[in-house]
Design a protein around this ligand. Structure first.
Ligand code: AMP
Length: 481
């Protein structure tokens, strides 16, 4: 199948050729002809499949006829996050090089004035996050009666983020006669309801789920202890031993952990940045750019911040935490092995992760291989119980001692508190400055001897009593991938 058989205009075909794509991906081959025929399309596909071009290329072709009017955009694309919106804009720049399209981006965190100016000029393409779009609408700066094509992208993500009421409102503001292109990786009931309400006889195109698309990704599990410092040590071992690691995204479940881990890796000399939903738009964009250009090799991120990011060549993904929702695992590992490239994904597993791991393996319909010994979840649960009991014992002892007024600081100093050392050092996430660190250096740490510099991190495995078997091996050995 070639691009030229899809019905795209000559100008678009020439832009596609310049961008180096030889053949359409499956979603492009299936969706583009329907879009060009002005049909509604329901595309079940996720990022990494080439779905963005499956709507941008035919839209540019269709936009060749007609002109935009002030404050009346001709097409509207709704995206759940600012980054995704920015990526779609990049797509229009890349494939629209032979056109003079006015593309306006309405995203939060950017001044209204600049966005107003673009709207005033008349937008052929308006790319927006739902909240900011409605803000402009309510300020009377935007008229939606002229929208001919509406794209709702990553609908299931919109659902996760609570945007469905906004989407419904927007759909009602746009003429019924519009063409609607609707994309979602999954089809929960609420999404199906939206499709039934707002699409007219849609053509359904579906491409293989990431669980099968991600066959090029080597996936491995690595067991570790319960404590965060143990997880961090395991992560460093994985990074140091990973083969052909060019760059990596490390996923954490919580923003706070993104901050802590970023700080820890930086301290250990890695070339690292962080990305999470609380950062302002400028810092997020700057961070992403630093990562894309290779200035930062490792990006610690939360799911919301990383969803849908178009970073074409991530060699490795590390799950510092197993995701709470199994579907996020698929999205996370989808950051690597994109468009047929090889990639590797390593997940750190603790004794608490039995349920999460079961859910993931069920979702991807395969049993993942371990590096070294698998976590013995039963034994881990016992260990945890015993630790809790011990801690309670120690606590009540110290309360009693406190009551007796015997505050012995030397005893405190000598007590085994390896697991608290680092957590104290890295716990105040709010104080952490997330500006990108402009260091060009190898992924590996700047100086390996910092590890035993007395901050407690490098020493902890033995003393924790939980030594994952794979970490007892010669550390120079490469991690199988
Ligand atoms: P998407 O699913 O839209 O996020 O695209 C995933 C990646 O595939 C992006 O880096 C695109 O630049 C790339 N891509 C899109 N279409 C093609 C194609 N026909 N051939 C090769 N790569 C593509």
């Amino acid at each position: 199948m070639s691009f030229s058989s899809l019905g795209l205009s000559e100008k678009v075909l020439s832009a596609v050729e310049s961008s180096g794509y030889k053949e359409p991906t499956e979603i492009q081959a299936q969706a583009i002809p329907h879009v060009l025929e002005r049909k509604d399309v329901l595309g079940i596909a996720q990022t990494g499949t080439g779905k963005t071009a499956s709507f941008t290329l035919p839209m540019i072709t269709l936009l060749e006829k007609g002109r935009a009017r002030a404050r009346m955009p001709r097409t509207l694309i709704l995206e759940p996050t600012r980054e995704l919106a920015a990526q779609v804009e990049e797509n229009f720049q890349r494939y629209g090089i032979n056109h003079k399209l006015n593309v306006a981006l309405l995203i939060g965190g950017v001044s209204f004035a600049e966005q107003d100016r673009k709207l005033e000029k008349g937008a052929d393409v308006l790319i927006a996050t739902p909240g900011r779009l409605l803000d402009h609408f309510e300020r009377g700066k935007l008229l939606l009666q002229g929208v001919e094509i509406l794209v709702i992208d990553e609908a299931d993500r919109m659902l996760d983020m609570g945007f469905i009421p906004d989407i419904e409102r927007i759909c009602k503001l746009i003429p019924f006669t519009r063409q609607t292109l609707f994309f979602s990786a999954t089809m929960p009931n609420e999404i199906q309801r939206l499709v039934d309400t707002f699409l007219h006889n849609p053509e359904r195109v579906e491409v293989a789920k990431a669980s099968s698309a991600a066959d090029t990704v080597t996936q491995r599990l690595a067991g570790t202890g319960f404590e965060d410092y143990e997880k961090r040590a395991t992560l460093r071992e994985l990074i140091d031993n990973a083969e052909d690691l060019q760059n990596a995204i490390i996923f954490c479940n919580r923003k706070r952990d993104v901050a802590t881990l970023f700080r820890s890796l930086d301290k250990h000399g890695y070339s690292v940045g962080a990305l999470h939903g609380d950062m302002d738009q400028m810092s997020r964009m700057a961070m992403l750019e630093s990562f894309k250009t290779g200035n930062i090799k490792i990006l610690v991120a939360s799911d919301v911040a990383a969803r849908g990011l178009d970073i074409p060549s991530v060699s490795h993904v590390f799950n510092f935490d197993l995701p709470i929702h199994a579907e996020d695992y698929v999205h996370r590992i989808g950051r690597t092995g994109r468009a047929g490239r090889e990639g590797a994904a390593f997940s750190i597993v603790t004794g608490d992760d039995e349920k999460a791991l079961d859910a993931i393996q069920k979702t991807i319909n395969r049993t993942l291989e371990w590096i070294g010994e698998p976590v013995d979840f039963e034994a881990a649960a016992e260990e945890k119980k015993a630790r809790k009991k011990n801690r309670r014992g120690e606590k009540s002892k110290s309360v009693k001692e406190g009551r007796r007024g015997k505050k012995d600081s030397s005893a405190k100093k000598d007590s085994p508190k390896l697991n608290t050392d680092e957590s104290v050092e890295f716990s105040s996430a709010s104080e952490i400055d997330f500006q990108p660190i402009p260091i060009s250096q190898p992924v590996q740490r700047r100086s390996s001897n910092r590890r035993n510099s007395g901050n407690g991190e490098g020493l902890t495995f033995k003393e924790s009593g939980h030594i994952p078997a794979f970490l007892l091996r010669d550390t120079k050995r490469k991690v199988a991938s």
